[in-house]
Design a protein around this ligand. Structure first.
Ligand code: FEO
Length: 397
């Protein structure tokens, strides 16, 4: 792979991680990239580094453009290890005159690498530095998605280097959105938003307002993962606006795990009830669907119905895993209901209801508990539950 000049004297020098499949619990079937950008100006500046293990790719790319020891500035937009893993080696090699980072970034760099002697230069929103022909304007984006996160904006190039925001986990040799299928790319961007950015949706709204107020002219958005938005950067901004408002569609998910197919039979009857009411519904068996794919669909689903049999006075482990993961992502404004089969105690439905209450779901029904195997009448009740959820969804309860 070669470095790619994304704008005159602005180069992508990152690394492609083709075979990574797990990103702290988020399944990434198409790998990812760790993007770093080299600006060759009077002050040669490297924006971010890459994950440890990709040293040769980063240095090979930089060397094809300049001697790495001529790098003057390093900008650390974000300290998570997939971008800062190579910072110690880069600092040791290039001995930068300055390392620009946010105040929280400096703290995080110290807590990661324990180097008081590095030439930190703390910057905040509104601070600008000159690279020669260009300037860099910094915008702190605290908690999007770490406290240290920030954007770097180069007005002369109308380029926003956006750290994790607007990223996608997808490994490609193409570097721009207009070189790939846009619907595929937006699907990956939605999954990324749902699994990483979702808990900070209110901050996304504030940031989008701030960017509007600042009247930034943006022709290109270069995130630290995946492809660069060049064809239509407004599209991903509009998607972030929509996703962060967490407006749900008339769409339901029925998510279940099953031991001997009783809960599965109930799940299918609930799907029937929802479909009879004309609601778009998807059925997910946790044995064959990854939590992070389900979360992608949660992004715009208005109703979630969870099913688990009772095992050892609790729910099945895969349901506990999903609910725990979902709770951390704080989806808003969902209608919920629960169901499951049991042998002799039947706590799973109560526990799923309790978790939904903790997530502030509108639990519209006490749920359905069936002993052992559902009879025809039990399945009729499940169809009715599906219909009630559909009606609540359509009424916008
Ligand atoms: Fe891609 Fe928060 O690191």
């Amino acid at each position: 792979m070669r470095p790619i000049e994304i704008l005159k004297d602005v180069h992508w020098v990152g690394a492609i991680d083709w075979n990574i499949r797990d990103f702290h619990g988020y399944s990434i079937y198409r790998g990812t990239t760790y993007n770093a950008f080299l600006v060759v100006d009077e002050k040669v500046t490297l924006f971010d580094t890459v994950k440890q293990g990709f040293r040769s790719e980063l240095l090979h790319h930089i060397r094809r453009i300049i001697d790495p020891t001529t790098v003057d500035y390093l900008v650390v937009n974000h300290v998570e290890m997939d971008h800062s893993g190579l910072v110690p080696e880069i600092v040791g090699l290039v001995k930068p005159e300055k390392i620009f980072c946010s105040e929280r970034g400096k703290k995080a760099l110290l807590a990661h690498f324990h180097r008081e002697d590095w030439p930190y230069e703390v910057v905040g929103t509104g601070d600008t530095i000159s690279l020669g022909k260009r300037t860099v304007q910094f915008i702190e984006t605290r908690m999007l998605h770490w406290p240290d996160s920030m954007f770097s904006y180069i007005p002369e190039d109308r380029l926003l280097i956006s750290s994790d925001a607007f990223g996608q986990h997808v490994a490609t040799t193409e570097r721009f959105d207009d070189e790939v299928d846009l619907s595929m790319l937006l699907g990956h961007a939605a999954k990324y938003y749902a699994n990483i950015i979702l808990p900070y949706s209110n901050l996304v709204q504030k940031l989008l307002s701030q960017v509007k107020e600042m009247d930034l002219k943006v022709d290109m958005i270069a995130p630290d993962h995946g492809l660069i938005w060049r064809g239509n950067p407004g599209k991903i901004l509009a998607c972030y606006d929509e996703w962060s408002q967490q407006r749900s569609k008339v769409k339901a998910l029925v998510i279940y795990d099953t031991m001997w197919h009783s809960t599965e039979m109930m799940a299918k009857a609930i799907v029937d009830g929802l479909a009879q009411e004309g609601v778009s519904v998807q059925l997910f068996d946790l044995a064959t669907n990854h939590r992070s794919d389900i979360i992608t669909e949660v992004l715009d689903a208005g109703a979630l119905v969870f099913g688990s049999p009772t095992l050892n006075n609790g729910m099945l482990p895969r349901m506990a895993d999903l609910l725990h993961y979902m709770k951390g992502l704080r989806p808003a404004s969902k209608i919920g209901a629960a169901f499951g089969s049991y042998g002799w105690s039947g706590e799973a439905v109560k526990l799923m209801n309790a978790t939904m209450e903790e997530m502030r779901f509108m639990v519209i029904d006490p749920g359905i508990n069936v002993q052992y195997v559902p009879a025809h009448d039990d399945l009729r009740k499940c169809v009715e539950l599906g219909r009630r959820v559909a009606q609540a969804l359509k009424e916008g309860v």
